[in-house]
Design a protein around this ligand. Structure first.
Ligand code: FCB
Length: 455
């Protein structure tokens, strides 16, 4: 166990990009993780309702049925958010809330997001809206979900409809959140909804997710020309303690599989061919013109970064993960490794000449937080934020165009397969009472942003 000092402050060095008022600092959430109200106002079932209600799929059997009750408590949450002095809020829209089974707009669901976005704008907050943060309508999964090419076209219809309805209220649209997790955990490992387990499904799902993204970009641009349009990818740092060629290849393959699998099609219009050595026979069906659609230029790329993975060769074509000992870890068991963020950003800047401006759309950590005498002293998170923001600053100084940073998350919420036990928020949520309590991290970020605004 690595200990963290008990007196962490949040004061970036004077030459840090964080002091630049144009460098956006925000907080992020996602619909299914906070909204609850899964049966209200015509919302349809999503794959996460079904998956999380299936015994054995989530820790303690937790589901998103109530979550943070944000669907009802959003005015309080907007007030809290605004009180933090942040410049932006990243949220997602629940597809099954805003579209009926026959593809028509569900006006009641849409009204919720219109009220929310209007309130955020009224507080001077920039709105970063993700269209798909994993909550596929179950009726589309019943027809094959993302393994079925038709889902890409249904996603484009949804993007078209919702961007007409909410045009003018959104600063930046992101089509997908972390297509890697949707494809791999949803259809490959089965850790996430819909819980399928076949790498052939995963690669085909990835292709259809990216196709849906490319088709959606065109609608977003046409319907809301003032807004920025992009996508959010999770990226991972892979290293190996084995310095042999086999060990180094394992680390390279890890990053290829996690990062280049998504970034190459988006920025080079092709999948890395080594993927099909890693997964023989798993090459997806690609139709003529698909890669041009997928490679439609982006206004920004959202990067979600959490940890490093240590790997060794599996002695065949792939790699095996081996946990390092004696390193600092989070409540998720993830290694705290800020250097990985700098390293990856600098690498993307070097490898993709057409890399769009970057926002860190998620970074943060889970801690086992409790309210003691009205306070939550989340020292490890403060230290984590300090170190990762320093890594972002180092990347900016190395020439990478990073424009902002969103803390994951605004508040504790439903952490997917890990339910409510894992607490990622800078605001603590007592799920029994739905009381929100600012953690010390939230208070320090607020103070810093007030100082920044005053200079
Ligand atoms: C990311 C997800 C986000 C949250 C964090 C911890 O993969 O996008 O919803 O669960 O991990």
């Amino acid at each position: 166990m690595v200990s963290v000092a008990n007196d962490e402050t949040f004061t970036p060095p004077a030459d840090s990009v964080l002091w630049n008022k144009d460098f956006l600092i925000g907080a992020a959430t996602a619909a299914y993780q906070i909204e609850g109200a899964i049966h209200e106002d015509g919302r349809l079932p999503s794959i996460w309702d079904i998956f999380s209600a299936t015994p054995g799929k989530t820790l303690a059997g937790d589901t998103g049925e109530f979550a943070c009750d944000h669907y009802h408590r959003w005015p309080e949450d907007v007030e809290l958010l605004a009180s933090l002095n942040v410049g932006a809020y990243r949220l997602s829209i629940s597809w099954p809330r805003v579209m009926t089974i026959d593809g028509q707009p569900n006006e009641q669901g849409i009204a919720f997001y219109r009220k929310l976005l209007t309130a955020l704008r009224a507080k001077g907050l920039k709105t970063y809206v993700t269209l798909y943060h994993w909550d596929l309508p179950q009726h589309l999964e019943d027809k094959g979900g993302w393994v079925n090419r038709d889902t890409a076209y249904r996603f484009a219809e949804y993007a078209d409809m919702i961007s007409r309805k909410l045009a003018g209220l959104v600063d930046a649209w992101a089509t997908l959140n972390e297509p890697w997790c949707s494809a791999m955990h949803g259809y490959g490992t089965g850790h996430h909804a819909p819980g399928k387990k076949d790498v052939v499904f995963a690669t085909q799902a990835m292709h259809h997710l990216l196709l849906g993204h490319g088709l959606a970009v065109r609608h977003l641009r046409a319907n809301d020309p003032q807004a920025q349009v992009g996508i959010v990818a999770n990226v991972g740092r892979g290293t190996s303690t084995d310095s042999s060629a086999a060990g180094q290849r394992a680390a390279w393959l890890f990053e290829l599989q996690h990062n280049n699998w998504i970034l190459d099609p988006l920025l080079k219009k092709s999948y890395p061919s080594a993927l099909w050595e890693l997964w023989p026979g798993a090459e997806p069906t690609i139709l003529a013109g698909d890669m041009d659609i997928i490679g439609t230029p982006l206004d920004f790329l959202g990067i979600n970064y959490y940890f490093r993975t240590n790997v060794v060769s599996d002695g065949k074509h792939g790699y095996t993960e081996v946990d390092l000992e004696g390193v600092e870890r989070t409540q998720m068991g993830w290694e705290v490794y800020p250097e990985g963020l700098r390293h990856l950003l600098v690498g993307f800047h070097r490898d993709y000449p057409n890399l769009p401006p970057i926002y860190i759309t998620e970074n943060g950590m889970a801690t086992d937080d409790a309210v003691v005498d009205g306070e939550v002293n989340d020292q490890q998170r403060i230290s984590f934020l300090n170190r990762h923001l320093a890594a972002v600053d180092a990347a900016v100084k190395a020439g990478v165009d990073v424009r902002g940073y969103f803390i994951w998350s605004l508040m504790d919420n439903f952490e997917w397969a890990f339910g409510y036990e894992r607490r990622f928020g800078i605001i603590h949520v007592d799920y029994a009472t739905q009381k929100r309590t600012l953690k010390r991290s939230a208070k320090l970020v607020t103070e810093f942003l007030a100082q920044r605004a005053a200079q």
